[in-house]
Every structure is written in C-alpha cells, then in structure tokens.
Design a protein around this ligand. Structure first.
Ligand SMILES: Cc1cc2nc3c(=O)[nH]c(=O)nc-3n(C[C@H](O)[C@H](O)[C@H](O)COP(=O)(O)OP(=O)(O)OC[C@H]3O[C@@H](n4cnc5c(N)ncnc54)[C@H](O)[C@@H]3O)c2cc1C
Ligand code: FES
Ligand code: FES
Length: 493
C-alpha cells in the first residue's frame, strides 16, 4: 500500500476533539505530549515505567472480545505515533458539563482520594471497569486495579468503588462512542526531528521497509522498548511498528492447534486462553497489570527473550511452535529451539515472529499440566522463578515430561536432565524427590536482587513437587487464581 501525504501527520481523537500533529518527535510519549504540549496535566507521572498507574488514560478498542470496549493504558509507555487513529479519553474528558462521571462521583462518595496524586489514574482504570462486560468475579475487579498504586488512601474505598462500578455501563456519550466505534486508519509514516516512525498495514510494505531501513527497530506494544526511551533516554532514530498489520492481531483454532498472531495483546488472550491453554490463562492472571496487558503482545514477550519472561516457560512446556516470517516466506521453529543465548533468539535479520502455534492439550488424570510464578509481590511484579510443568502418565509412570523454567538461566529453558530423570519412573513424591537433584545439572542460576541462586533452585524444586501434589486432584488447575474468600478487605486498609 502506498502512503498519502495525510499519513505524514498523526491524527487521533482526544476527549472528543480531533487532534492533528506533525511537529513532535516520534519518541515523545503520550504522557509527555499531554502534559508538556497540551498542558493537560491531570494525567500524572509517577515512575515513567508502567509501575504506578498515575499516567493511566483510556483508549477505545473496536475489537474487544465482547465488542468495542475501553482499555486503560499507561501513557508513559506509549509513543505518540502509536495513538494514530485512536480515540483517547483522559481524566479531563470525563465530565459532561458540570456533571462528574459516575466513577469520579463514586470515588468522592467512597472517600477514595486523599493527596489525589494517584486519583486521575485510578479514575481511568475505574472508567475501563465501568464499561467492561466481563468483570464477573471479585478477583477480576481487583486485577483491574492492580496497576494503580496509592500511598495514602488504602485500597478499601477504591476497591469498594470498583466493585460497585464494574460493568455498570452508564447510558452516556462514552457508551454511544462504543456503539458507533469503527476500525480506523492505523498505518503511519511519520517523521519529525530526525526520527522516523513507520507502521505499515501489510507484510509486503513491512519487508520493503526492512530492506530500505536495515537499521530500523521493530516495535509491537512497546511496553519493553519504551523503557529504553523513558528510563535510559535512548532515542531510536527509526522505529517500525507491527501494530497496523491486522493479520498479526488475529487468533484462530486450526484442528488441535490454537494459532495466535504475534501481535495479539495479552488482555485479548485472557478470554480464549482458559479454553485452549488453561496454563497460559493462569500465568496471564499474574502477568504485570491491566494497563500493561492492554498493550503488551505475546510476540513482544517472546522476542524480547527475557530470561524472566513469563510466557516462554508455559509455551515451552506446551511444545508450542513459533512461526517466523520473512520476505522468503514462513518457517516454523519449535519453542525449544528459539531461545539461543541471553536475549538472543533464532530470529534472522529482516524476519519477524508472525504467530505462535499452541497445541490444545486436554488435561486428565493421565495428563497433567500447570504454570507457576514466584515473585515478591502477587500483583504487578517480575518473576524470581516461573515455570510451566507437564507430565503424561501411563500406568502410574511418567511417559513424557516437560518442565520449563524462567529465572534459572540466561534464557527460558527446558530442564532436560530432570525430564529424563523422571521419565519411566513412578509419578510419586518419593520417586520425584530422588530425581530432583538432576535440576542442579540443568541450571546454574544467578544471584541477584530478585533471589539468590540457592533460593531460585530451591523454589524450582519445590514447584515441581507442588505441581505433583496440586494436579493430583485437578489435572489442570486453571481456576486456582486466588482462593476466594481468603482476602479480608479490612486487611488492606
Ligand atoms: C511494568 C511492567 C511490568 C511487566 N510485567 C511483566 C511480567 O509480569 N511478565 C513478563 O513476562 N513481562 C513483563 N513485562 C515486560 C513486557 O511487558 C512484556 O515482555 C511484553 O509482552 C512485551 O510485549 P510488547 O508488545 O510490549 O513488546 P515491545 O516492547 O513492542 O517489543 C519487545 C521486543 O520484541 C521485539 N518484537 C516485538 N514483537 C516482535 C515480533 N512480532 N517479531 C519480532 N520482534 C518483535 C521488539 O523489536 C523489541 O525488541 C513488564 C513490563 C513492564 C513495563
Ligand atoms: S508514570 Fe507510573 S505507570 Fe506511568
Ligand atoms: S490519594 Fe495520595 S497517592 Fe492515592
């Protein structure tokens, strides 16, 4: 597809008004733009790295699983060109005349604000909750807010507000915008201040750009890459976004395989995952926070190849395959062959990950699988150790084992020695205890601030034992997100 002159400027809807911009650098974050260029200072900066939620704004997603919906995102982690064609709502856009939006009103009534620094971000997360149709469990409502830190109020009034607002969907102009939502022009060819940002709509155009600009950086949701800009002050001269290529954002079932486009965001995976990959659903529950999951993609998580990336151990355990695409066509790489060394993958130059092929595995007494994440905090934290664990049994003995870990080596990796040690052995606690020392030959973990080598190894062994015990009663414990009824609201005051 060719580019028109109009694509050289960015255009989006902000609080009901069309904004056109051609003069800011593409590496300007939405937060910087709102505060410094438009003087919309309601949206706050706390951390500039996705941890505090003070910068939360909402964008309209026309392609939600239940139809068009709002998505809360961290304005500190999105670059302005990523907003091309989007409808954005900030805290300044919520009032209608003198009338506060119900989420603002409720927060006042519940005494959910003190110093007020976190409040605009909390309000915008509540705004998403208000129009979501799938907040049908208490833990989901809590999850909605786990990306918003408040150091004054205590979370009880905020949580009360969330519970009373979730799914309320007031019949107002925001609902009307959802009803009328349409897909918009997302392609971008934008250059300013010596920086170039490209977002083509087709694979052909993408590979043309890769030929013309061999030094370009690929970007998807940008939740990893933007940190280089906001924390290390790197200004990439050329960025090539995958976001406008529709095929990358689709998922479908092909026979017994769930094929997920590399550009599918993690919040879009949450609905189908319990059906097709329950272990993945379980991991998603503890992955970052709502705002991050609304932007982060599955492909970005894998291609960044972090040794503590949470999805890789699950996909390694499931024997997933990665589809890598270049101008020459597609090749399929088994997940076990994708991660080569620290942050190095099997991706070649001018090649992208286009999809993830996930076998749909049915758990039963003879086939057990699950996923685990150990971090200092339950919500919005990076793993010390994460694991995807699976055994296939025959007459009580292990026929096949897949144990994959993150946080134990330079890459996420399978524990092939432990897998071999349990294969052919009874799947019992006593037998597993004998096999577990093999894990020490599989990995030599490092000491760092997230955990010592001893801690990581000990945790990993305990996870395998825990897996044996937990899956005795439920072969695929996807529902064990958090035992209901154990959280005392007063305790979070
Ligand atoms: C506050 C915070 C919390 C986080 N919590 C977690 C967590 O709990 N668990 C976890 O695992 N991660 C976590 N992350 C890391 C990050 O959010 C994820 O890794 C996310 O999935 C990255 O996806 P993205 O689309 O945003 O990647 P991007 O930032 O867009 O890209 C990451 C890298 O992958 C490359 N890339 C992206 N897509 C492709 C593709 N299709 N083909 C080839 N290369 C590609 C890019 O060039 C870039 O180098 C967190 C990040 C933040 C900021
Ligand atoms: S400023 Fe803290 S999440 Fe954006
Ligand atoms: S009210 Fe002060 S940080 Fe939340």
């Amino acid at each position: 597809m060719g580019y028109t002159a109009a694509m050289k400027e960015l255009s989006f809807i902000l609080n009901g008004h069309e904004v056109k911009e051609r003069n800011v650098a593409p590496t300007t974050t939405l937060l910087q733009y709102l505060r410094q260029h438009l003087q919309l200072t309601g949206t706050k900066e706390g951390c500039a790295e996705g941890d505090c939620g003070a910068c939360t704004v909402a964008v309209l997603d026309p392609h939600g699983e239940d139809g068009p919906t709002y998505r809360a995102i961290n304005a500190c982690l999105v670059l302005l060109p990523m907003m091309q064609g989007q409808t954005i709502v900030t805290v300044e856009g919520l009032k209608t005349g003198d009338q506060l939006h119900p989420v603002q009103q409720k927060l006042i009534e519940a005494f959910g604000s003190q110093c007020g620094y976190c409040t605009p971000g909390v309000v915008m997360s509540l705004f998403e909750a208000c129009y979501r149709k799938d907040l049908d469990a208490e833990w989901k409502v809590d999850d909605q807010l786990c990306g918003n830190l408040c150091r004054c109020t205590g979370y009880r009034p905020i949580r009360e507000s969330a519970r009373s607002l979730a799914g309320r969907c007031p019949n107002d102009r925001f609902l009307e915008d959802l009803r009328q939502a349409e897909s918009s022009e997302r392609s971008v060819h934008y250059e300013s201040e010596g920086e170039l940002y490209l977002a083509p709509e087709s694979f052909d155009a993408l590979f043309d750009h890769l030929d013309t600009h061999p030094d370009v950086r690929l970007v998807a949701g940008g939740t990893d890459l933007s940190l280089e800009i906001t924390k290390r002050f790197v200004r990439p001269k050329k960025l090539l976004s995958l976001e406008a290529i529709e095929a990358l954002s689709e998922h479908r079932v092909e026979g017994d395989t769930w094929v997920v486009g590399a550009g599918v965001t993690l919040s879009r995976l949450e609905r189908p995952a319990p059906k097709y990959a329950p272990a993945l659903a379980r991991m998603l529950r503890f992955f970052a926070a709502r705002q991050i999951k609304n932007r982060a993609t599955i492909g970005g998580n894998l291609c960044t190849a972090s040794p503590i990336g949470d999805l890789a151990p699950v996909l390694l355990m499931l024997d997933a395959e990665f589809v890598l695409r270049s101008r020459a066509g597609e090749r399929i790489v088994p997940s076990a062959e994708f991660f080569l060394s620290y942050r190095k993958t099997a991706l070649r130059k001018k090649e992208i990950m286009s999809a993830v092929r996930i076998p749909i595995l049915t758990a039963h007494a003879e086939h057990r699988l699950s996923a685990y994440k150990v971090s200092k905090r339950q919500e919005l934290d990076i793993s010390a150790v994460s694991a995807g664990l699976r055994v296939e049994l025959e007459h009580g003995k292990v026929k096949r084992a897949r144990f994959a870990f993150g946080g134990l080596a330079a890459t996420p990796a399978r524990a092939s020695r432990l897998e071999a040690a349990v294969t052919g052995q009874p799947w019992t606690e006593a037998s597993l205890e004998k096999a577990l020392p093999a894990l020490e030959q599989d990995y030599k973990p490092i000491d760092d601030h997230r955990g010592s080598a001893w801690y990581r190894m000990t945790i990993a062994k305990r996870l395998v034992l825990g897996f044996l015990l937990e899956t005795e009663s439920e072969p695929s414990p996807e529902h064990a997100y958090r035992p209901t009824g154990t959280v005392d609201p007063e305790a979070s005051r």
